[in-house]
Ligand binder design. Structure first.
Ligand code: B12
Ligand code: SF4
Length: 486
């Protein structure tokens, strides 16, 4: 059976290309189950479109039997396009990923989509492919009822949602992602600013734990869930060794939701990397770590273990917004300490801030800007709040807000337009303060001098000038029509 696992073209994200861990994990499990005729297609780095790849396979006499397509919410239109191409090429189409987990019905009713997989899918996909092989790819004749997490259509078009698949706790037993299948030389460094990092790094990512027990009101965790499931230190270190020693990783990113949830485990991991001599490849906590579970020793150990840059979700400078609206479960004091300790250990820092949550005012947004200036991370990322389906923010807006998002594409983050108004909060205020945040943070004389001295600034001059214009005069798009990537 020939299988293609694909991530579709993204019109909302094109600033950097990171490996797709979901597809890698699925490939790892399929390979272990004996399905070795397997290709990864990631539109972010391929030189041909998915239609061309599918047609080429046909021309070479080796058409794909099954095409699996992954999709987060803002990319679902592209995922459906890819499914249409795959159907045209005669394949069975299977869609999975965050958006399919949140909204399985919508896709299951579409003719170009044969099957939908909800949630973590290593086991579901293997069981499905085994069934498909058993019934000779006549999936209408397969018994699909027993496959947990699968959504499918009966012969008369009825959509059936099989029961959800429980999250696996034994992550050590899940095969490693098939890192060997990535065209790694085509991916970029994991960081938006590569100074201090190699812009042409062989940049792999690693997931050391899944899920997060916090319930921030804007956070969408359809796949990894509300519990925290760590892998053992030994299991992580063995994958790390494979990446560094066998696959030549020159940069590693941890993309867990909250990798330092257990402070002792985080320290043990660092100690193991040092002990095993695996601290040679610089690593970064791409999506942030939690300020609650930190102390000076952690950052010193991280530095000794090869960490280069750490990020923290700070979100707001206003204690009420932070604790009662975002419900971040952390304090401003904890954020201040985390930055202080990380900098003292010699690590570069990133701060993530959110603009335009319900009940925000000029004053709360100003406090967020002030906090960003005070913490002064190497990189500050200000994002306008996006109400993803499945979040508390989404539910609140459904009840009492005015959302400007009319198409899933509008759910892209990193755009420069407010996505909703609620109560007294106006889009104009959010967008004005958001632009002000970038301007005031990056246009300070000391930052400008530092930036001008960085090779990265000159390497990426056109986008930097474009950003500068956006932050001074704003974007030129129409609200609701997403257009920008970070
Ligand atoms: C690393 C990461 C990135 C990286 C790499 C993205 C990538 N392509 O993997 C970068 C920085 C590029 C990125 C960008 C974006 N991301 Co992102 N990202 C993550 C993060 C932190 C980890 C992803 C991960 O590695 N998970 C671990 C693996 C094992 O899980 P997985 O990828 O979901 O795959 C499993 C299942 O989903 C399923 N599955 C996945 N694909 C398929 C396909 C088939 C056929 C099947 C059957 C099953 C299946 O099986 C997999 C194995 O269990 C998640 C948060 C999270 N914890 O999930 C956000 C997250 C997925 N990202 C998100 C978003 C919104 C985006 C962007 C759209 C941002 C934007 N500009 O608007 C872009 C889209 C880029 C793209 N082309 O996909 C949201 C999605 C929310 C939603 N409702 O869709 C998340 C959940 C973050 C959040 N809380 O808001 N992201
Ligand atoms: S934003 Fe971070 S801390 Fe909050 S729920 Fe999401 S992953 Fe957890």
């Amino acid at each position: 059976m020939r299988i293609l696992l694909a991530s579709p073209e993204s019109h909302v994200w094109h600033s950097r290309a990171h490996i797709h861990m979901g597809l890698g994990y699925l490939a790892g499990s399929l390979l272990e189950a004996g399905f070795t005729d397997l290709t990864l297609y990631d539109a972010a780095i391929e030189t041909e479109s998915i239609a061309e790849a599918l047609q080429r396979a046909i021309a070479e006499g080796q058409p794909y039997d099954v095409v699996g397509i992954s999709s987060p919410t803002p990319l679902i239109n592209e995922a459906w396009d890819a499914a249409r191409q795959a159907k045209r090429a005669g394949a069975i189409t299977v869609l999975g990923g965050p958006h399919l987990t949140l909204m399985p019905d919508e896709s299951a009713h579409r003719p170009e989509v044969d099957l939908v997989v909800r949630g973590e899918a290593e086991d579901t996909l293997v069981e499905l492919v085994v069934q498909l092989a058993d019934c000779n790819l006549q999936f209408g004749a397969c018994d699909l009822r027993s496959i947990l997490g699968l959504t499918w259509r009966t012969g008369d078009g009825q959509v059936i949602h099989n029961p959800a698949r429980p999250l696996r706790d034994d992550l050590d037993n899940i095969p490693y992602p098939a890192h060997q299948l990535y065209k790694i030389e085509r991916y970029t460094s994991l960081q938006p600013l590569t100074d201090g990092l190699d812009p042409n790094a062989r940049a792999y990512t690693i997931v050391t734990s899944r899920g997060c027990p916090f319930t921030c009101t804007f956070c969408s965790k359809p796949i990894t869930g509300d519990t925290w499931r760590p892998r053992s230190v030994e299991n992580v270190v063995a994958e790390w060794r494979w990446l560094v020693q066998d696959l030549g990783a020159t940069e590693i990113g941890i993309t867990d939701d909250i990798w330092n949830r257990d402070l002792d485990r985080a320290k043990d991991l660092c100690r193991a990397l040092i002990r095993e001599g695996l601290n040679t490849a610089p690593w970064v906590t791409v999506h942030g770590m939690k300020v609650n579970y930190a102390d000076p020793e952690l950052f010193q150990l991280m530095k000794a273990a090869g960490a280069k840059r750490v990020g923290f979700g700070v979100e707001s400078g206003d204690e009420y917004i932070l604790s009662r609206v975002v419900r971040k479960g952390q304090t401003l004091a904890q954020a201040r300490n985390a930055f202080k300790w990380a900098k003292a250990a010699g690590l570069q820092t990133m701060g993530f801030f959110v603009f335009g949550m319900p009940q925000e005012t000029e004053e709360t947004l100003e406090k967020t800007i002030q906090l960003a200036l005070e913490l002064d991370p190497d990189l500050a990322n200000f994002m306008i709040a996006a109400p993803y389906p499945g979040t508390q923010l989404y539910e609140l807006l459904e009840k009492e807000g005015n959302s400007f998002s009319h198409d899933w594409t509008d759910y892209a983050i990193h755009t420069d337009e407010a996505k909703f108004e609620i109560g007294d909060l106006r889009a104009e205020l959010v967008e004005r303060k958001w632009r002000e945040a970038y301007r005031r943070f990056y246009w300070r004389p000391k930052r400008l001098i530092r930036r001008l001295a960085m090779p990265d600034t000159w390497r990426h001059l056109p986008p930097r000038l474009h950003d500068a214009r956006r932050f001074v005069v704003g974007g030129k798009g129409t609200r609701g029509a997403s257009k920008t990537a970070a």
